[in-house]
Structures are given as structure tokens and as C-alpha cells.
Ligand binder design. Sequence first.
Ligand code: MTE
Length: 334
Amino acid sequence: MLIRVPKSNAIKESQITDENVYQNRRQILKSMGFLGASALLASPTANAIDWFGSTEQKKFTTESLKFSKPQQFRSDDELTPKQKIISHNNFYEFGTGKSDPVAMSQSFKVDPWSLTIDGLVEKPITLGYEDLYKTLDLEERIYRLRCVEAWSMVVPWIGFSLASLLKKARPLSAAKYVIFETLYDPKQMPGQRNRFSGGGINYPYVEGLRLDEAMHPLTLLSVGLYGKTLPPQNGAPIRLVVPWKYGFKSIKSIVRIRLSDKQPKTTWNQLAANEYGFFANVNPGVDHPRWTQASERRITSGGLFARNRIETQMFNGYSEVAPLYAGMDLKKYF
Ligand code: MTE
């Protein structure tokens, strides 16, 4: 997702960090006593106390959840191992490297939490931490997650449909868009402390969907994965998952959901509109200006030499969403 790279530097497969490489590197550095120092270089704002004190020693604890397993959300795809899902992340609030979020977020506080649903609704709602897990029945849904950087995972999320929550707030007929906002808390999120360490983003991170996309039954608010509550690096305590769109739409650690009559200015679209469209539907026919989107590297249980380059599918294989875009030129509205 870094932006100012010369055109000739198209992303190569080898540039997308393989999790085994990362784990090995980490072990070697640890045994040499270098882990703190190397991580400090990767995340310029990380302070020594974070590294040699709380962050490195503390481990965020996740809790088991009760949920059903509806048949329509099972999948034949091989699940990405949990260890990889929770250690190869994009969460720029905790640094721009793939291993920064897990390293920098372990003391993140999720309780108390407050999630507000407001704007063009009849009945604004505020949910506290406990409410996130008991307001709606939880279900496990196995979804493919396709990052715009051309890697992908298969994740057993736990959560509830966004539609079921929005219906409780009763959207007004003037509402056309749903806007999501991540927590803004520079004390806890080192990437928010300055533009350099946070990837040039003007925080808080904001995303948006058209109301009909938000109401689609596939659109999920996730509070867990692999049977347990979310760890911070994956967006605790609550994040969006829109499986037919590039991963940057799936905003993490949400504090506000606002209904509006206007299309919002979203984070990546504002940074580079020619690279990251508002719709961001997975589309093998529309390349990123600097790399192909026709294929992707699936992160599996395989090691370094696993043959895991696969063809990317339109809408990431979720063809049931096609009617949402009937008559639209998806090359123009990418
Ligand atoms: N949400 C916030 N607030 N900040 C981020 O940097 N990164 C996005 C998305 N949500 C991001 C975010 C991107 S680019 C991707 S690919 C997914 O989170 C990654 O989700 P994962 O780390 O759980 O795999």
C-alpha cells in the first residue's frame, strides 16, 4: 500500500514478505538479542519503553466465543493457519511493516469500547464492549481476504451481518452511504503520532460503502477469528469484512458508523485516487497501475517454496454481488 514507488518497481512475489521468512528472521534476531533494535528501525516512532517494556512482554489475551456455523458460509478453500493470519497484517496505525501490528499492539485496550451508529438513522445506537458480543447472534463465516497488494488468505471470521445491526438503527430514506471510522488514539497507536510512521495517512482511517453494499448479506462485522475474540493486530474489538472488495475496505477497530447522503472521502482513495478506487471491487481485469491484479499469492500452510500463485477471481469469487453493479462500467468505477 506504499505509494511513492517508481513505476518500474512493480511488486514482485518475493517482495511480499513470506511469513516463514519473517518468523525465521525474528527467531534469529531474538537469539542474537537484536529483536528490539531491528523492530525499532522498522517503526521509527516506536519508543524504547514500548519495545523493551510492555509491548514485547505483554500478550493480548483473546477469549473463546459461542457461535453457529451456517452452511452457506463454509468453504472448500484451505484455511490460512491462524499463526499467519495474526502475524502478517496491514494496520498502519501500528506501523507500516507487515510485522509491526503484532509487535506494537499487544497492550491495546479494547474494554471499555464504544461503537456509535448515527447520522441518517431513526434510532441512533451506542454499543459498549460487552454489547459487541451479545447484541446479535454470532456466526462463523469462512471468507477469502484479497489484499490489493496481491496476497490473499482464507479466514474463519466470527461476527454478524452489518445489515442486522443497521436495521436496528432504522436507516432513513435519505441515507445512501455508510461511513466507518477507526479509533483515533495516538497514545495507543504509534502510527498516528506522525505522518511518516503512519504511512502518510491523515488519521482517523475512514472507509465507506454504498448503502446497498452495506446491506448485502455477505457484509460482515467481525468480532473474532478461529473461535476467539479478535487480537488487536486484526482489528479488535470490531472490524468490517467485505469479502468481494480489496482488503483496505475492511476497516479495523471501528468506533463510529455513520449514515449519510454523500459519498465519503475515504483514506486510501484520498491518498492516491488513481491507485485505490472508492469501490475497490476485486477485479482481475483492472490492474493496479504498478502491478497486475490477475493473480495473487495465497498464504497457506505451505512453506517458502509452496506453489501458491493462483488466478484472481472476479469479485474474489463472490459472484452473487454482481447485481449490485449492473450497468456500471467497473473499469471506470474501480
Ligand atoms: N484498517 C485500519 N484502520 N488501518 C489499516 O491500515 N489496513 C487494511 C485493512 N483495514 C488497515 C485497515 C488493509 S490494506 C488490509 S489488506 C486489511 O485491513 C488487512 O487485514 P488483516 O491484517 O486482518 O489481514
